[in-house]
Design a protein around this ligand. Structure first.
Ligand SMILES: Nc1ncnc2c1ncn2[C@@H]1O[C@H](COP(=O)(O)OP(=O)(O)OP(=O)(O)O)[C@@H](O)[C@H]1O
Length: 263
């Protein structure tokens, strides 16, 4: 049973989240090198990248929360953490419901298998029964619109085709929480249009969404609230138009001071 907290209406609660990547700087990143260095008492050379530094916010149920920020701000890291792919280095993520994400599904696809087989596996990985996936299969395949390619190994897919299938599987899982990271850039113009329509209908169906995009118009059109990340920190959260305007102003000026004044 959900713990009664002050975040009663939240689908996701993120509390003081830190994520630090540990990057191995060794030229020879091999087990042998690691063991040889260990045996000689030498240190293996690591560098730490603090991708998220104490981020806290909650995602209200049934709303779309947009995430914006410059390259390297930590947006994808945050999405991977909410999807359960990356464990928090420090802090806490509480998820109330079934999460579906393009990231996790894309990662889970086995390119030696056909699209059809991957839909089955992906659906089951997302918590559906075999019968449940079969019931939805036609709709998923129709939406991805890959023609005969659905029965071809996925290694023969273009990256756009890969994304279309991943997107289609993700949005047909009826998740409680849907994570979309730049999904609208998946596929060609026609698919983008259909993807946007599908997302609008998902939002109407009151699903909770986390949406990461550099397309600020899309963010404004779809989000109820926007979070602005910069260098691993949450700078501001609030009304989509105001957040996007503030971010655009920052991009124009290109100066961290504009952020730090309010921070
Ligand atoms: N696998 C990784 N190993 C080490 N460092 C990483 C890894 N992935 C991301 N980083 C670093 O973490 C920081 C945040 O990266 P992240 O991809 O989350 O940013 P982003 O906001 O999604 O950026 P973009 O808009 O460019 O996609 C960056 O400094 C990046 O270099």
């Amino acid at each position: 049973m959900a713990r009664p907290t002050e975040h009663g209406g939240s689908a996701v609660v993120i509390d003081d989240l830190h994520i630090t990547y540990r990057v191995n700087l060794e030229r020879k990143n091999t087990l042998k090198n690691f063991l040889v260095k260990g045996a000689r008492g030498q240190q293996v050379n690591y560098r730490e990248v603090k991708a998220l530094r104490g981020v806290s916010f909650d995602v209200p149920k049934g709303q779309c929360t947009g995430i914006i920020g410059a390259n390297g701000a930590g947006k994808s890291t945050l999405m991977r953490a909410v999807a359960g792919i990356l464990p928090p280095t420090e802090g806490r993520i509480e998820i109330r419901g079934k999460v579906s994400t393009l990231l996790a599904l894309g990662v889970g696809f086995n390119t030696a298998l056909t699209g059809r087989e991957n839909v089955l596996l992906g659906g089951m990985a997302a918590g559906l029964t075999r019968a449940g996936v079969k019931e939805r299969f036609e709709e998923i395949a129709d939406f991805a619109d890959l023609g005969d390619f659905i029965d071809m190994p996925m290694r023969t897919y273009s990256s756009g085709m890969f994304s279309r299938l991943a997107f289609s599987v993700a949005v047909h899982m009826e998740p409680d929480i849907l994570i979309i990271d730049e999904a609208l850039s998946a596929g060609d113009a026609q698919f983008k249009e259909r993807a946007a329509q599908k997302m609008a209908s998902l939002i109407d169906a009151a699903g909770t969404m986390l949406l990461v995009s550099h397309a600020l118009q899309t963010i404004q059109d779809l989000s109820d609230e926007v979070i602005w990340l910069h260098k691993g920190r949450l700078i501001k959260r609030g009304n989509p138009k105001e957040m996007c305007n503030a971010y655009l102003e920052f991009l124009k000026v290109g100066d961290d001071k504009i952020i730090m004044e309010d921070f």
